[in-house]
Design a protein around this ligand. Structure first.
Ligand code: NAP
Length: 366
């Protein structure tokens, strides 16, 4: 059963620290059966035991028909941690094959400007993830007071380095720098973050494909695909329209032939619009904004939000919650990502995937 701490969505208090401190079945009732109509069976290894089944003996749970659930279990848990692990294993195998065949491994360059602790942690985690799958990482650390020209000089050098297949500039950049000038300097063929305007433009155009899709929205789509959620012809609502998550997520859903609506801070009736959706991707940054009564029964919910809220019982004094009230939504939805353990782990996995894809394309390795 989901933690009782999560049940009181209306009282969760958002902490001011925000992102800077973030670390990086038995037969269903007719109502529950109807909630599942969106889904085709996922491969058994992708059917994690829902938290609600923790009291069911492991043997009974593992042998249960995935289409049947106990009466108090509702949504299927979309386990990003598990999928991310599988993807990393797949990537490691492909990189080993590439190395054997052509003697080349993918290379990822990360440029970090300044000494923000959170950015240093993200860069360290990316480096570690690269090492595990066999990607060679290159790192440039520049002081906070570096000039834009210095950063662009390093980008230019990585653009022409044949051993570097992906370039990532850790954001946020110091205030005196213009993000746009810097991100535009990354070659679109090595823009593994997918933030270059030409990559976003290609994503938006019919009949064109971007070199890279931004990692977090790509991770959302991968979760939907790997859990067998049908997208074609379905109604999807994306809550949030940021350049890095909401907007590309909406473009990806549209490319996959969903009919897409975007809800943002000026939307008049967000509940009503969201209730029409078979698929919801929430990327807002407001703890527990999406309540159970916003959800259409059976919908698939991908919660991108990572929001710290007060929790005196936690040793850290806070805990992380999503943009969706998990306790309420998991009783109505057909499938849902938890926070943490949903979209979060997928973002780095997609960065590794984009870097491998780039190396394969540059070296024409099938
Ligand atoms: P952002 O740039 O701040 O964008 C937030 C979006 O939400 C904006 O489009 C904003 O609308 C909209 N919004 C704000 N309040 C709203 C409301 N009350 N109702 C409807 N829409 C509202 O945030 P972001 O970078 O996209 O990140 C969103 C969340 O995802 C954050 O919690 C962040 O920590 C998390 N995140 C997670 C990952 C991951 O790897 N899991 C990666 C990136 C981000 P307007 O455009 O009208 O202002």
């Amino acid at each position: 059963m989901a933690s009782s701490k999560l049940s009181d969505c209306s009282s969760a208090r958002l902490l001011p620290l925000r992102r800077a401190l973030l670390p990086p079945r038995l037969r269903p009732s007719p109502a529950l059966a109807s909630r599942r109509r969106l889904f085709v069976a996922a491969p058994p290894q992708l059917l994690p035991r829902p938290r609600c089944m923790d009291s069911v003996p492991a043997a009974a749970a593992s042998s249960a028909d995935p289409a049947t659930i106990s009466s108090d279990v509702s949504a299927k848990i979309i386990d990003g941690k598990l999928v991310s692990k599988q993807i990393r294993e797949e990537i490691a195998i492909k990189i080993a094959r590439m190395k054997d065949a052509i003697g080349i491994v993918p290379g990822l360059a990360v440029i970090l400007v300044g000494s923000r602790k959170d950015s240093q942690t993200y860069v360290r985690n990316k480096k570690k993830a690269c090492e595990v799958v066999g990607i060679k990482s290159y790192e440039v650390n520049l002081p906070e007071d570096s000039s834009e020209e210095e950063v662009i000089k390093h980008i230019a050098s990585f653009n022409s380095d044949p051993f570097v297949h992906g370039i990532l500039v850790q954001l946020p950049l110091p205030r005196h720098m213009n993000d746009e000038n810097i991100l535009n300097a990354v070659s679109i063929e090595k823009d593994v973050d997918g933030f270059h305007p030409l990559n976003i433009g290609r994503l938006a155009m019919q009949g064109r494909d971007p070199f890279f899709v931004p990692c977090t929205p790509k991770g959302c789509m991968e979760l939907l695909h790997r859990y067998g959620v049908e997208i074609k012809g379905k109604r999807a609502v994306v809550i949030g329209r940021s350049n890095i998550v909401g907007m590309p997520a909406a473009l990806l859903l549209q490319k996959a032939n969903a009919t897409v609506s975007i809800v943002h801070s000026q939307t008049k009736n967000p509940e009503e619009i969201t209730r029409q959706a078979d698929i919801v991707i929430a990327a807002v940054g407001v703890a527990n904004l999406v309540r159970g009564n916003w959800i259409k029964p059976g919908a698939a919910i991908i919660d991108v939000g990572i929001n710290p809220v007060d929790d005196p019982e936690s040793p850290r004094g806070y805990r992380l919650v999503g943009d969706v009230c998990y306790e309420e939504a998991s009783k109505v939805a057909g499938a849902i990502t938890p926070v943490p353990g949903g979209v979060g782990p997928m973002t780095i996995a997609m960065l590794l995937s984009n870097t491998l894809q780039s190396a394969k394309r540059i070296h024409k390795f099938k």
